[in-house]
Design a protein around this ligand. Structure first.
Ligand SMILES: CC(C)(COP(=O)(O)OP(=O)(O)OC[C@H]1O[C@@H](n2cnc3c(N)ncnc32)[C@H](O)[C@@H]1OP(=O)(O)O)[C@@H](O)C(=O)NCCC(=O)NCCS
Length: 346
């Protein structure tokens, strides 16, 4: 990273990454309010009640790491909409239980996973060292923002936890009326804005041949890359050899594959291989990158490259045809072309 970006650009990239996280949480929360008239904490509680069956309010507070007062307020709203009901204990009238009712259960069955559920799932799949690295970086960021002491529950929502759907809608309309527009960190944001209804793409990291996510393997990835690289495609044999080498080369460990997955299909991929070199020859080579034709121009290519840059140690080289429009994307991200590649073909 240091060798790729001048200092100012690193700072910009940090701000862009933060802005993306904030926007993603913001958009997810608002979408839930628009489509189901529910807030994130309401869904978290409903899911917990559905999973555990009848339980007391204090147990619910404990399992969701929320305060008793917060849980009481949210349950009031869910009960008013007939998604849950309170029941008094037969033996101790002071104790109150809560359970989900038919309408609430039906709603939960139709509900897609929350942003934080997908995120936690992917976080759990990471190696321990990577989880620890993420935690320490994020805690440092929170400290740098003087937010280290702010009390917070483990729920990704942009609003106060006890806000109602009406509160959130009111906020949204207020900012519309005021006409204030938030300056965007990069042009990618504008694209995402117009795509609020496009379902979320999951980014998977593969570090070994048996580490492909369910349903995919080296053959499916080879097929995807061969088709999507067109008209700059390599042969399936060369692609498969490249992927295999990136994931298994002895003495050059550290290669990986990124897969963008949308509704069970591969819509983008990047293969990064270790060169085993350093300095004059960069440590990494970006072997293949492709996004399926129907998904291009919405930032997936950039997202793959930016994630890969963050994951590698050292510099990255790549080969791109002079007439390939992908060059523009690489240049905008910060790749430069200092040398002409020349070959003697035998
Ligand atoms: C290159 C590629 C991965 C970019 O993916 P993407 O998701 O469309 O990229 P983004 O949405 O992040 O960025 C779009 C930018 O990519 C560049 N681009 C590269 N190839 C493009 C293509 N075929 N169509 C549209 N834009 C393309 C453009 O600079 C575009 O920016 P612009 O709209 O401002 O001109 C994708 O176009 C692709 O799979 N192309 C075919 C395979 C290929 O050439 N791979 C690179 C081999 S070196």
């Amino acid at each position: 990273m240091n060798t790729l970006f001048p200092k100012q650009e690193i700072l910009d990239h940090v701000l862009v990454a933060l802005r993306r996280i904030v926007r993603s949480i913001d958009m997810h929360s608002k979408k839930l309010v628009q489509t189901h008239r529910l807030t994130i904490p309401q869904v978290v509680l409903l899911r917990e009640i559905q999973r555990r069956g009848r339980l007391s309010l204090s147990e619910l507070a404990k399992h969701t790491s929320l305060s008793n007062a917060t849980v009481t307020g949210i349950i009031d709203r869910l009960e008013a909409r007939n998604f849950v009901r309170r029941i008094r204990s037969e033996t101790d009238r002071r104790q109150v239980f809560v359970e989900i009712v038919a309408d609430g259960a039906k709603l939960m069955t139709a509900m897609p996973p929350l942003l934080q559920e997908n995120f936690i799932q992917q976080l759990q799949d990471l190696e321990k060292w990577e989880q620890a690295q993420i935690l320490s970086s994020l805690e440092r960021v929170a400290c740098l923002m003087n937010a280290g002491e702010i009390e917070a529950s483990p729920i990704l929502a942009h609003h106060v936890l006890t806000a109602s759907e009406e509160d959130i809608n009111r906020d949204k309309n207020a900012s519309k009326v005021s006409g204030k527009s938030v300056p965007e960190a990069s042009s990618l944001r504008d694209r995402n804005d117009s795509e609020k209804n496009v379902p979320d793409v999951c980014l998977r990291v593969v570090r070994s041949l048996d580490g492909f996510p369910g349903g995919f393997d080296i053959k499916t990835l080879t097929g995807f890359l061969h088709e999507s690289l067109k008209p700059y495609e390599d042969t399936p044999e060369d692609i498969e050899r490249g992927i295999r080498d990136a994931l298994t080369a002895v003495g050059r460990e550290g290669g990986f594959v990124l897969i963008s997955e949308l509704q069970g299909r591969i819509v983008g991929s990047l293969v990064m291989q270790k060169t085993g070199m350093k300095g004059y020859v960069p440590e990494n080579i970006l072997l293949f990158i492709a996004v399926s034709p129907d998904q291009r121009g919405r930032g997936l290519g950039r997202c793959l490259v930016e994630n890969a840059i963050q994951m590698v140690d050292g510099s990255i080289k790549l080969h791109v045809e002079y007439d390939n429009p992908a060059r523009r994307l690489y240049e905008r991200i910060g790749f430069t072309s200092k040398y002409a590649e020349m070959r003697y073909v035998k």
